[in-house]
Design a protein around this ligand. Structure first.
Ligand code: MIC
Ligand code: SF4
Length: 644
């Protein structure tokens, strides 16, 4: 039987398990990446492992999320990460060099290799034919130490693209279409492989828009073949030496095949507050727009920026719109400037922001109260922009420009003829903003400087046999990590300070949660389906741990968050009968007995002392995750198992 692309890479990196769907597998990891918002934790965790130098082919630490530096906190964290990088053999991408995923795609990713990153959009490098996963910081720390990455062998879906995109219809619209078809839960437990003749018409950065947005499907990862387009991209980045062709065997077997006809696609838009709330741009056109943002790791490549510039050339944006443009990398910005395209953007009245995440993570540029913001980003979760009552819509760069010009949501096909945008044969390669690590000899004498913002992370505890605790919070479906542990400019500087962060835990849902959880001592959270979707931030587990949350009982979990809960020693449980969700209320006291044995067998019984009822719960995690949980989390486990 033939193999899919993902299976080929899994097979060549498999260190334990078999490729039977649903089995636990362990993969060797070639490369890792971190960003600053999750990186400090990942490196603090790496340091506790006592390993002198990373054991990967390449590990890169990016600074891209928080580059505002509104106080000493950021500067101290960045200095800490720079010191750690230098000492332990990690490349350090300085602030301003660009968004981790865009830079990794340009400069480091390679087809056929494995990558894990402490950011949920790490699958972006799947656009290059790389098998790339988002993971919690602890998993990345273990991989840097040479340990394997453990996941459940995913199902493999194929999306077959036929035809060719028409003018003003873009890869972003393909991403929105697949979100419309599958929803934010539809990719859970699956790798999405892209194929079909339509793939050939997409360049690597265009493919990367699609693999980037695959995260919003809940997918384990997404991947494209490595073909002539891949070779061209790598050659233009002066990296043709890492090119290998990679495609699925003709008789590869997929768990599901979805077809998208590119010819019949039209511009799409995701309405507030979910990336799968997708309709045609046409159907909402005319709605007044306050703000338009182009950028983020989804749509900030040179090609995207050149298209934006070409469409803005000689035009002026509507006086009622505030527009920002953030190029994805220093390479993109340099080439925009050198080609003169930047001047057209500036002349239109748009604002240039730094090559960083910026507004995507609420770091500045929050919309006005009740504002309508059109963004080329990947997430429009409630409150993420920094303005709780704003309505954020996700669109392509073309739709963003058409709407910025008109001041209302506008189908870009009304702009007339799409100007010809030609890509240069080579990119401006200059890695001066990537600082290489010290040699092993020099490394020993490097001292790591830690600012006062860096606080120890909370200690997990081994699961005990009995647990009796009240429900501190009950939430509904699709709760994101932005609900559990919000980001934004007021909070992001404290990503290495769990006690401070804890004041904001669940504040989007309930501002009294933090105080209540603390006063309860130990407690349990009840969630709906797809609990923990979105970001990979392990803070969404470490902060509840700090506040005494011992278990989360949900209808279902998002993959990375479930792994983060286990790594933090919090028990993820699902309802045996989803109808029991309705029978538990906030404040009910739940009691478990023989919990350890229950976790081992996969079935746990819990008594609701408030109502007298009993419910059957499932602990649906793999064998190794069970051991990690019973030990009290991944750090404890790694200490006792020597990082194996
Ligand atoms: C995001 O897009 O939500 C982030 C910020 O990049 C996160 C990481 C984080 O929380 O720091 C992600 O996607 O994992
Ligand atoms: Fe940065 Fe936004 Fe991409 Fe997350 S989704 S890595 S915040 S640009």
């Amino acid at each position: 039987m033939g193999l899919t692309i993902a299976e080929k890479i899994i097979k060549s990196h498999l260190v334990a398990g078999t490729m039977a769907r649903g089995d636990e597998i362990a993969l060797s990891i070639d490369q890792t990446l971190t960003q600053d918002a999750t990186g400090t934790m990942a490196y603090l965790e790496f340091e506790t492992m006592g390993i002198p130098r990373v054991r990967t082919e390449r590990s890169v630490a990016y600074i891209d999320h928080n580059t505002l530096g509104t106080g000493f906190e950021n500067a101290d964290d960045h200095r800490y990460i720079a010191d750690v990088a230098k000492k332990y053999g990690i490349y350090f991408s300085r602030p301003g060099n660009g968004i981790c995923h865009q830079v990794h795609l340009e400069r480091f990713g390679r087809p056929g290799a494995t990558l894990i990153g402490s950011d949920s959009h790490t699958p972006t490098c799947g656009g290059l034919g790389m098998l790339a996963f988002g993971a919690g910081g602890m998993d990345v720390a273990v991989a840097m130490g040479g340990g394997a990455y453990h996941i459940t062998m995913p199902k493999i879906y194929k999306v077959e693209l036929t035809g060719r995109l028409r003018p003003f219809v873009t890869p972003k619209d393909i991403s929105l279409e697949i979100l419309r078809i599958l929803s934010v839960k539809g990719g859970v437990g699956a790798v999405i492989e892209w194929g079909g003749e339509g793939v050939l018409s997409l360049s690597v950065p265009e493919r990367a828009t699609i693999t980037n947005m695959g995260t919003e499907l809940g997918a384990t990862t997404s991947i494209f073949p490595s073909d002539e387009r891949t070779r061209q991209f790598l050659a233009a980045q002066e990296r043709e030496d890492v090119y290998v062709p990679l495609s699925a065997d003709p008789d590869a077997v997929y768990d599901r095949v979805i077809r998208i006809d590119l010819d019949s696609l039209e511009p799409l838009i995701a309405c507030p507050h979910s990336p799968d709330n997708v309709v045609t741009v046409r159907s909402v056109s005319g709605k007044p727009v306050d703000q338009v943002c182009v950028g983020s790791c989804t749509n900030s490549s040179l090609y995207d920026m050149l298209k934006v510039s070409a469409l803005l050339r000689g035009r002026v944006i509507s006086p009622s719109v505030s527009m920002s443009v953030s190029p994805g990398s220093r390479q993109v910005l340099t080439m925009l400037a050198d080609s003169g395209a930047l001047s057209d953007i500036l002349a239109s009245g748009a604002r240039l922001l730094e090559c960083a995440c910026g507004p995507c993570i609420g770091m500045g540029f929050s919309p006005n109260s009740g504002g309508v913001s059109l963004r080329t980003f990947n997430r429009n979760f409630e409150g993420r922009s920094g303005t709780k009552d704003a309505g954020v819509y996700l669109v392509s760069p073309e739709t963003a420009v058409a709407s910025a010009l008109a001041g209302v949501i506008t189908d870009p096909r009304g702009l007339g003829v799409m100007p010809e945008v030609s890509m240069p044969a080579s990119f401006a390669v200059n890695d001066s903003a990537v600082i290489p690590p010290a040699s092993p000899e020099e490394a020993a004498s490097i001292e790591i400087r830690r600012g006062p913002n860096i606080k120890p992370f909370p200690a997990a505890r081994p699961v005990s046999d009995a647990l009796r605790a009240p429900v501190s919070l009950k939430v509904g479906d699709n709760i994101t990590t932005d609900h559990i542990m919000p980001a934004g400019s007021k909070i992001l500087p404290y990503r290495s300070n769990i006690p401070y962060l804890s004041k904001f835990c669940f504040s989007v849902c309930d501002e009294t949660f933090s105080e209540r959880a603390k006063s309860l001592g130990e407690s349990i959270v009840i969630g709906g389906s797809n609990y923990g979707q979105g970001s990979s931030r392990e803070h969404a587990a470490l902060v509840p741990l700090y506040l005494g949350v011992r278990a989360v009982i949900a209808k279902s979990f998002a993959r990375i968050h479930a792994a983060n809960l286990v790594n933090a020693g919090i028990i993820p449980l699902t309802f045996g009968d989803p109808a029991d969700y309705d029978k538990i209320g906030a404040g009910d006291v739940l009691s478990f007995s023989e919990l350890r044995a229950g976790i081992e067998s996969g079935t746990v019984t819990v008594k609701n002392e408030t109502t007298g009822e009993e419910y059957r719960l499932l602990c649906d995690i793999t064998g190794r995750a069970r051991e990690v949980l019973l030990c009290g989390g991944l750090l404890e486990y790694t200490k006792t198992h020597g990082g194996k």
